[in-house]
Design a protein around this ligand. Structure first.
Ligand SMILES: [Zn+2]
Length: 66
């Protein structure tokens, strides 16, 4: 038993990676560079990886529209 957690990260383009935290971070940075010409830091990838999924895509009712 290694006790190592598995993480999955999915990109908006449909690309997906699953592995240990280190593997996912490295693969995500590499993917961003090659495919999207984007330079992501380890901290940015980790933040996205640990962000709660409920923080995105929440419906907002229109308030105050006359
Ligand atoms: Zn992508």
């Amino acid at each position: 038993m290694t006790g190592e957690r598995q993480y999955t990260n999915r990109c908006a383009c449909g690309w997906e990676v699953t592995g240990s935290e280190d593997e996912v971070v490295d693969a995500t940075i590499d993917h961003g560079r090659r495919i999207h010409n984007m330079e992501a830091t380890r901290e940015q990838v980790l933040a996205a990886l640990h962000a709660p999924p409920s923080a995105v895509g929440e419906d907002r009712p229109d308030v105050g529209a006359a």
